[in-house]
Design a protein around this ligand. Structure first.
Ligand SMILES: Cc1cc2nc3c(=O)[nH]c(=O)nc-3n(C[C@H](O)[C@H](O)[C@H](O)COP(=O)(O)OP(=O)(O)OC[C@H]3O[C@@H](n4cnc5c(N)ncnc54)[C@H](O)[C@@H]3O)c2cc1C
Length: 277
């Protein structure tokens, strides 16, 4: 263990939390602690000098649903979200949850902690970006909402300023015709995609790929071109789209292996075959 005697604060209300953050703007937030315990893949506990643990704030444990969205508090664990009825959580997220952490950690690890790990794209991130999720950020005297994509979209600006904390994740409950999630067995790639449309016309497509890089891969030009096309797509259109995604992946990240590129193209092919069928 490093860092001699870390100071740990345990607030019990949102007000106490933001006041503590005002006094200690550089404190590290501790949710389930499973990501802090496992930084950069090194099995060594490294604690920062000041920690603010969220588990005392009961309000942040809440999972709530309206007609339009699902709200997940910063203390809601993967297990708690898994227990919410399957018809409440979007299918794409239901399919993703078992892949986020090993079963023994699901009572500790939070979905918000997964999003807030910035070093690499964690397992839930492609899914949450594909679903258009946003997060609520609070600080003493204010708050704002930003898309999850801002955490892993390649922006040079840090998503959280000193003294800020994520308090809630909001997932829109839109209707999708196709939702597909895949995590490769070697855990190198996490892929999520959604499509929706009407009267056999594709209206909306999002394909998001996560890897060990800090930003997700997305080909927005391809997504925009697919929107408006008739479904189902023909074999040639599907092959061309898969090939374009493979090119985009190779251009974006030279560390992708040929096998990674093959699996990315395969995922796009499988997904697009399902659209309109
Ligand atoms: C054995 C093992 C296997 C794992 N396997 C996987 C895997 O396959 N896929 C995967 O994605 N992850 C994996 N993880 C990493 C980790 O368990 C998950 O990312 C988990 O979801 C993190 O949630 P947490 O609540 O424990 O976050 P914490 O560890 O508490 O925090 C993680 C990071 O987010 C910040 N943070 C947390 N909450 C907030 C907040 N509300 N506001 C601002 N910042 C915040 C923390 O400061 C820290 O930097 C694994 C971990 C272990 C130990």
């Amino acid at each position: 263990m490093t860092s001699g005697n870390p100071r740990i604060y345990i607030p019990h209300t949102n007000g106490e939390l933001t006041q503590l953050l005002r006094r200690h703007p550089d404190a590290r937030i501790y949710a389930g602690g499973t990501g802090l315990l496992y930084p950069d893949g090194v099995r060594r506990l490294t604690l920062p000098p000041v920690l603010i643990a969220l588990y005392g704030v009961e309000d942040l444990r809440r999972i709530a649903r309206t007609d339009q969205h699902l709200d997940v508090g910063a203390n809601a664990t993967i297990r708690a979200i898994s227990r919410v009825a399957h018809n409440v959580v979007p299918q794409l997220l239901t399919d993703t949850l078992p892949h986020i952490v090993p079963p023994g950690l699901r009572n500790l690890a939070t979905l918000v902690g997964n999003v807030c790990t910035l070093e690499r794209v964690m397992t839930s991130v492609p899914t949450l970006i594909a679903l258009g999720a946003i997060v609520e950020i609070r600080r003493a005297g204010g708050g704002r909402w930003i898309p999850v994509a801002r955490f892993h979209g390649g922006s040079t600006e840090a998503p959280l300023a000193p003294g800020e904390v994520v308090t809630r994740l909001r997932i829109p409950l839109d209707r999708y015709d196709v939702q597909l999630f895949r995590k490769t067995e070697d855990t190198r790639l996490t892929m999520a995609a959604i499509a929706s449309g009407s009267k056999r016309t594709i209206e909306n497509v999002r394909i998001v790929i996560g890897s060990s890089a800090a930003t997700v891969l997305r080909n927005r030009e391809l997504e925009a071109e697919l929107a408006g096309r008739k479904a189902p797509l023909g074999r040639r259109e599907i092959n061309q789209a898969a090939e374009r995604m493979r090119f985009a992946a190779r251009a974006a990240d030279p560390t992708f292996t040929s096998f990674d590129l093959y699996r990315i193209a395969g995922f796009v092919t499988t997904f697009l075959y399902r659209v309109g069928r």
